[in-house]
Design a protein around this ligand. Structure first.
Ligand code: ARG
Length: 278
């Protein structure tokens, strides 16, 4: 087949266009994968030689204050996970304590490198920060006094009572939304809420089941109420600043590794045992 001059020109133009498109696609692909592999936060962590985590240490077995031989340290499941992440990055771990309700803002503004605090990756929080996959799941329940067992038999029966919940948590939201006639008492720490329950200042505290079980260990006048709350499962995830995919990928790799090796389960057993010793 003989091509006309115009035909050849057209073929050349088409080929050039194809080449351009191909190169274009290639370039944009390279940029996006380069974007994915950069993380200002990760770079800073490596520069500092320290991973700074933020948590609210009132939440055993996730994080709490262990006082041993006069020494007060923040320990827990989340701290063990954080240590594994720091180790993977080859840096030291620093734990910063703050109110639970301040954690998301602290991640967002770079005051801390990540938040790990038995935190649910809610839609609202996910607008501000990025989350790892859920690494632990539990139910949301209410803790009551055993002496009230016949009084509070359904979640709705708490409507009209004084119901405590940690400030800025999913539990607080559940209480406010579902118990319109209750007096919801929000406080920054779960320890003080349990104390208020013991002192008859509140009638119930809404919290994660696994945490409630730890608080109850120390006081057999309290119990997990035998009814469900109108909540979905409570899942914990790690929060990091947005646009730090490489950092999040490192965190996820450690979480996956800990889960598949059975180490995550071991961390849970170890920390519930540590709580029992106290
Ligand atoms: N899971 C609940 C939430 O995400 C409460 C977590 C409280 N954590 C803590 N360390 N006090 O809202």
């Amino acid at each position: 087949m003989k091509m006309t001059k115009k035909g050849i020109m057209n073929t050349v133009i088409t080929m050039a266009a194809i080449l351009l498109v191909a190169c274009g696609a290639n370039t944009s692909k390279e940029t996006s994968s380069a974007e994915q592999s950069t993380s200002p936060v990760l770079n800073q962590i490596k520069e500092k030689g320290t991973l700074v985590i933020g948590t609210s240490a009132d939440y055993p077995p996730f994080e709490w204050h262990l006082v041993k031989d006069g020494k007060d340290t923040v320990v827990g499941y989340d701290i063990d996970i954080s240590n594994a992440i720091a180790e993977k990055l080859g840096v030291k771990l620093e734990v910063k304590e703050m109110e639970f309700g301040s954690l998301v803002a602290a991640v967002k503004t770079g005051k801390i490198d990540m938040a790990i605090a038995g935190m649910n990756p809610t839609e609202e929080r996910a607008k501000e920060v990025d989350f790892s996959k859920v690494y632990y799941e539990t139910d949301i329940i209410a803790v009551i006094r055993k002496s009230d067992a016949s009084k509070y038999t359904t979640f709705e029966s708490l409507d009209g009572a004084k119901v405590g919940a940690q400030k800025g948590t999913v539990q607080e939201e559940i209480a406010i939304k579902n118990l319109p006639k209750a007096e919801v008492i929000s406080q920054p720490k779960n320890n003080t809420l349990i104390l208020a329950l013991q002192q008859n200042k509140v009638d119930a505290v809404v919290m994660d089941k696994v945490v409630a079980e730890e608080f109850i260990k120390a006081d057999d006048t309290l119990m997990v109420a035998p009814f469900a709350t109108p909540a979905e499962k409570s899942g914990s995830a790690v929060a990091v600043q947005k646009n730090n995919e490489a950092f999040l990928a490192e965190i996820q790799a450690v979480l996956d590794e800990l889960a598949s090796s059975g180490q995550l389960d071991k961390f849970m057993v170890k920390n519930t045992e540590l709580m029992s010793e106290q």
